[in-house]
Write a protein that binds this ligand. Structure first.
Ligand code: ADP
Ligand code: MG
Length: 345
């Protein structure tokens, strides 16, 4: 199992346009780590730097404590899986998976054993003789994964590997990739812009924005306790409430004074908190931390309902599973539990 240590990595493709600002990150041995962020934030650039395909302007990379920043790709034992599979269409499944092992000059019997084991792992053993164009997108991605696994990489790098697959297949492959990484005890770094993918698969994740890591955390902590607005919105729907905090327990918001657990120890001044739509409760009577709000919209998704409310001229979104009938235009008390109001930086 390999640890990865990234220190002060920077990259610009054009002078004066930094794509990665000094960036630090440690990935633990055996971890399935996600780089999550919007398109263009520098995720693929960082992954390519790890693979040795792009040279950083500054900084260092260590695998298991050994600096590899200047090593060529073939000496790094990092295998990459791409969104477009990058398979050789004229070769069979078997030959595609064997390719890296042949290039490394492995013995025929070893190649055969590794190829079979890798195809077994991705459940493609019976397709060994098939040609690539005869396979579905999902099967091609499994072959690409087998090819990466066959070389027994110290580090597996995946760049949006499921983006070309339809939603149901993506769901199956998420579970499969996680199973394989855990079975093989692989250290893997997985790039995606899809928050569901990152939240459902990651041991830990880094939320990136414009070449900067905004937060590194477990999916649960990043979702429940985001450090800042960008992370809160990128990981899910969020209601933001801005107010003036007096430094002594009173937080004046457009909805009146609200209690909020996270204010403890905060200095007086402007204070913004967020609350997830599913953490707000639609009550029956007014009480502490309850605000009267008019129901203005409804959107039913099957497993839940997203209600839109208006209070003090502001929109509040609330989601409910197993929602009862509610009439638009009526006023409801919304309870914002003090421990669900997360103070942002
Ligand atoms: P992501 O994978 O998060 O979408 P990328 O790392 O691909 O982001 O790109 C980050 C930024 O760097 C983008 O603005 C992109 O246009 C630019 N970029 C990426 N590769 C190159 C390149 N080879 N030459 C010039 N600019 C590039
Ligand atoms: Mg990319």
């Amino acid at each position: 199992m390999t640890s990865v240590e990234i220190r002060g990595i920077t990259k610009s493709y054009q002078p004066g346009v930094p794509v990665l600002k000094p960036l630090d990150l440690v990935v633990n041995p055996g971890e399935l780590f996600f780089l999550l962020g919007p398109s263009g934030c520098g995720k693929s650039t960082l992954l390519r730097i790890l693979a040795g395909l792009v040279e950083p302007d500054a900084g260092s990379i260590r695998f298991n404590g050994t600096e590899i920043t200047k090593l060529p790709p073939e000496k790094r034992r990092a295998a990459m899986v791409f969104q477009n599979y990058a398979l050789w269409p004229h070769l069979s499944v078997y030959e595609n998976v064997a390719f890296g092992l042949r290039a490394a000059g492995e013995k025929k019997a070893d190649i055969d054993r590794e190829v079979k084991a890798a195809l077994e792992l991705v459940r493609m053993a019976e397709y060994a003789d098939r040609r690539i164009p005869s396979l579905s997108g999902g099967q091609q991605q499994r072959v690409a994964l087998a090819r990466a696994l066959a070389v027994k990489p110290a580090l597996l790098l995946l760049d949006e590997p499921l983006s070309n697959l339809d939603a149901r297949l993506r769901d199956t492959m998420r579970r499969e990739i996680r199973r394989i990484c855990k079975e093989r005890q692989l250290t893997a770094i997985y790039v995606t812009h899809d928050r569901q993918e990152a939240l459902s698969m990651a041991d830990r994740l880094a939320v990136m924005d414009q070449g900067v890591i905004r937060q590194i955390d477990t999916p649960e902590r990043a979702y429940n306790a985001p450090a800042e607005k960008f992370v809160a919105s990128f990981l899910g729907d969020a209601n933001f409430i801005e107010g003036e905090y007096d430094g002594a327990g009173r937080w004046n918001t457009p909805f009146g004074v609200l209690a909020c657990d996270g204010t403890a120890g905060k200095p007086a001044g402007n204070l913004c908190a967020m609350i997830r739509p599913e953490r707000i409760r639609i009550g029956t009577e007014l009480g502490m931390n309850t605000i009267p709000a008019v129901l203005t919209g409804r959107s039913f998704t099957g497993e839940s309902c997203e209600w839109e409310f208006e209070a003090a001229g502001r929109k509040i979104v609330v989601t409910e599973s197993a929602p009862p009938e509610r009439k638009l235009g009526e006023t409801f008390p919304l309870l914002l539990p003090p421990d669900q109001l997360i103070v942002l930086q």
